[in-house]
Design a protein around this ligand. Structure first.
Ligand code: URA
Length: 431
């Protein structure tokens, strides 16, 4: 390992066998953390070739269990987001593309930071079971075309260990390490093809389009090298996605989007990601035809019915899809108003995300129990005009103390300008 660290430190390329040796040794514990840290730092400075990155991805993808989706007919297309505030896209896209005949066998995570992950959000449906046996999971997808469950088994232990190490050694921000980490998990989860939603902006991991493009290209290239067709959509995360931030609030917005009444940005992103999935899944050859088909599924009610079907199949209260009073409700409500008239120049996604954590919608440690009812619903988006005193956002809370701590953070998120403001595009690029 000392020789391999020196090799990467000096800017040379590893062979496939060397990468397999490193990943196997680290997973099994024969390579200690201090050597792996030094190697990760060498990669941070020297980078990796596309071939090395693909080798690292495959070595991590095969370091533990792999999900065999071969009993499900058709091309299995997975979707992944690099994460952002108010990102409920999976809740829209999974039932939507399933209604179009693309099988969705999705394993999701719980969130750390801002609001919960997809699993937490789904638990806003009373009774929803995220833990399913492998056979129940596969059978549900074969029968109704869609399932979203928690990760079970020992998937990508190498990534789990390396990601935790990178987190405490200032080596997270290395493109080949991020790209291989994300792609290894998708490959181990059985995806034949992958659509990545790479977020760009103040509330995202990647702050500039150039950085996001570098990460997206690295992941698309890994997909090419390992035979999993991959497309990356670069989407905006300067302001929260949609209006709602917080678990049950986001689920309601996702349901509205599936009914055709969603916010413009979320609808656009869901249709963009969804049509890419239809094309990768071989259902359509043209993106605009795919998009039109998805729009029809929304208009006919079939998309939202598919969500209800999935919720029911996993033991959840599917009636909530048609009756929002069945979702957890917050007991306190506070309106944030404009201190002066003007155009909304900024709604800082980081502030809103942090405020939602303060309210109890997200978790700071794995052990935190989250409050599904609380969060923030924006009434304005960047570029909108607000009169003095007009409501900018509504804060939903269950404890006065938490509401009082979160309120200044929501207020701080808003910047108002006297001159008109142009909002960032919803989608920057598709790679
Ligand atoms: N997300 C991941 O899964 N891995 C990384 O390395 C960074 C973000």
């Amino acid at each position: 390992m000392v020789d391999l660290i020196a090799k990467k430190r000096d800017g040379f390329e590893h062979s496939t066998e060397e990468i397999q040796f490193i990943v196997k040794g680290y997973t099994e514990g024969t390579i200690p953390d201090y050597q792996m840290s030094a190697w990760a730092m060498a990669v941070f400075w020297r980078g990796m070739t596309p071939r090395e990155t693909a080798d690292l991805t495959l070595a991590m993808a095969t370091s533990g269990d792999q999900i065999d989706l071969s009993s499900i007919n058709g091309i299995k297309v997975d979707k992944h987001s690099t994460g952002g505030v108010g990102d409920k896209t999976s809740l829209v896209v999974a039932p939507l593309v399933a209604a179009a005949g693309i099988p969705v066998a999705k394993m999701s995570g719980r969130g750390l930071g801002h609001s919960g992950g997809t699993l937490d959000k789904l638990e806003s449906f009373a009774g929803y079971q995220v833990e399913r046996s492998r056979e129940q999971f596969l059978q549900q997808v074969r029968e109704i075309g869609v399932a979203i469950i928690g990760q079970s088994g020992n998937l990508t232990p190498a990534d789990k260990k390396l990601y935790a190490l990178r987190d405490v050694t200032a080596t997270v921000e290395a493109v080949p390490l991020i790209a291989s980490s994300i792609m290894s998990k998708k490959i181990a989860a059985g995806a034949d093809a992958i659509v990545l939603d790479v977020k760009v902006g103040k509330g995202a991991f990647m702050k500039t389009v150039e950085d996001a493009e570098r990460l997206a290209s690295a992941m698309v290239e890994i997909g090419r090298q390992v035979g999993r067709q991959t497309v990356a959509v670069l989407s905006d995360m300067n302001q929260p996605l949609g209006f709602a931030v917080g678990n049950a609030l986001e689920v309601q917005e996702a349901v509205e989007t599936l009914k055709g009444d969603g916010p413009k940005d979320l609808t656009e992103l869901a249709l963009t990601v969804g049509s890419q999935m239809l094309v990768l899944g071989g259902k359509e050859t043209e993106l605009d035809v795919a998009r039109h088909k998805l729009e029809e599924l929304i208009a006919s009610g079939r998309a939202v019915d598919k969500l209800a079907e999935m919720v029911a199949a996993q033991g959840g209260d599917a009636q909530a899809v048609y009756d929002f009073s069945r979702f957890p409700q917050a007991s306190l409500k506070y309106e944030i108003t404009a201190v002066k008239a003007g155009y909304i120049a900024e709604i800082n996604a980081e502030n809103i995300g942090h405020a939602s954590v303060l309210l109890g919608a997200g978790r700071l440690t794995k052990e935190t129990k989250i409050d599904l009812a609380v969060g923030i619903v924006l009434q304005k988006k960047v570029g909108d005009f607000a009169e003095k005193g007009e409501v900018l956002a509504t804060v939903y809370a269950n404890q006065q103390k938490l509401l009082d701590t979160a309120r200044p953070e929501v207020e701080a998120a808003f910047q108002i300008s006297e001159s008109p403001v142009q909002a960032s595009p919803f989608i920057y690029k598709i790679i």
